[in-house]
Design a binder for this molecule. Sequence first.
Ligand code: NAD
Length: 264
Amino acid sequence: GRLDGRSVLVTGGGSGLGHALVGRFVEHGARVTVLDRSEPKLTALREAFGTGVRTLTGDVTSFADNKEAADLAVREFGALDTFVGNAGVWDFGRSLLDASPEELGTGFDELFSINVKGYLLGAKAVAPHLISSRGSMIFTLSNAAFFPGGGGPLYVSSKHAGVGLVRQLAYELAPEVRVNAVAPGGMATDLRGPGAMGLADRSVADAIPIRQMVRDNGALRIEVEPDDYVGAYLYLACRDDSATVTGTVVDVSSWGTPKRTGAV
Ligand code: NAD
């Protein structure tokens, strides 16, 4: 496979896009370590992929948990070549006017803590290992990293912040480590929201007709599965394919600005 013997760490690999990434990385010969806060999802992942994966139940907002996951990958698989920061939450399009001041404040803290601080602390934990292996980081952003309407102000600004993080880390970690991102569009996944906004028990797939929205608003008018976005990650993870690529966001969303529909 394209990634034979490579060691990859994926955050939020328990479901959705992260799960699709784990499957395809394993299929291409990589050994994969997964950090996710859902123990049941990780149990299912180990049952599905067996010895190709190692898992750690933990929270990406904790540096200690990120470090434990990075150390686990190195201990089990001898090195770490690729870090995929992917765990995230959504704000269900809760707008400035619809959110209470309290929800904006506590929702910001919780959502940015996962979507932005989680990526920053993950990067901090893996950087020494990636410098040794001359590896790379890949972050999951979104159409919301470029356009309004794919969430409310909290989610959209968190994904825009991810673009700045990618550019700055690419600048700081060159020439040893390449740092890039992928911006997928909508997917019917278990994507949840901040508990502080009462959105921890809703998933995007249940809340909105996301498949149809992606098909009807997307330029290509196709139904999309998480697996359809994985190719860009494989490209960025394979040094032979993307040796010159750093500090960039590969936009695979074909989505742009959704029609204004209001809160969901
Ligand atoms: P998902 O909920 O199916 O997968 C996310 C995983 O992250 C879950 O397994 C969850 O348990 C885990 N997670 C959440 N918070 C965590 C934390 N604090 N610590 C550890 N693990 C945590 O959702 P998904 O749609 O596959 O989301 C993956 C990424 O894709 C996110 O960054 C999301 O913003 C992005 N994205 C999603 C969509 C979409 O429409 N679903 C669109 C564009 C971008």
